[in-house]
Design a protein around this ligand. Sequence first.
Ligand code: SAH
Ligand code: DHB
Ligand code: MG
Length: 262
Amino acid sequence: MRLDSADDCAEPMTHDRGCSLSLSSPPMQDPKEPEPLWLEVDRALEDWLGPEDAALRSATASAKRAEMPAIAVAPAQGRTLQVLARAISARRILEIGTLAGYSAIWLARALPADGRLVTLEIDPERALVARENLARAGLSERSEVVVGPAADSLEALIRAKIAPFDMIFIDADKRNCPLYLKHSLALARTGSLIVVDNAISRGRLIDPSTGDPDANGLRAMMELVSHHPRLEAACVQTVGAKGYDGFLIATVVEERIGAAGR
Ligand code: SAH
Ligand code: DHB
Ligand code: MG
């Protein structure tokens, strides 16, 4: 069954860790669409925590003008990334998947003036727009948009023995998440934070029947995380303007607690 079709939601669903799940009634009509209440709460949170400023709004507008898909993180999610970066006093951040630079602005703003954000984007036109948006936000000095397939850019960074990143935000093609996670480990240090966007993807994470390579990539990533001795991970399910999703949040450790017994 497919989770995003409402008609067969009553069927139990199995996923490849052997558990089964029945969706409670009433089912969500379309988990991609935000519930009105989630949107209202997101707006209230923006009022309390601080609305987007002109640079962020203009990044969103430029993405729309360039007919990019509306898949940047929501404001509340950008804020979450920023708080996480601040919490670990990140000085060097790597982002995989730039689009128009919306999340890059949130992340780069968490950096000190001499900090550095490197963000990887396969599409040269998107990279151009992102550079303009980062410039408009006054963040050109501390950011760099690297054009090319992320796997190649990551390998080049590893070969160049670039200084480790304190935080890595993975948000490109989901089918390559396992590869990006492995490369991220090579570019991190003990204590680095790795965050992966769209980890839940409205439940597709646990539904192998879609045959969707992106959902399969997310699941393969979770398998990697579940066995990896140097990752201590949590997954936060989220709702809001972008529907039902979540962040995988992992710290790089010397040795995982209880890893010996696994
Ligand atoms: N982080 C952005 C959204 C990124 S959307 C934000 O929240 O504002 C995902 C981006 O990854 C797209 O712009 C897409 O072009 C890019 N992408 C897809 N496959 C890629 C690849 N193999 N290498 C690098 N970037 C890729
Ligand atoms: C979608 C959302 C994302 O955040 C992303 O990175 C890719 C796709 C989506 O809603 O389809
Ligand atoms: Mg995303």
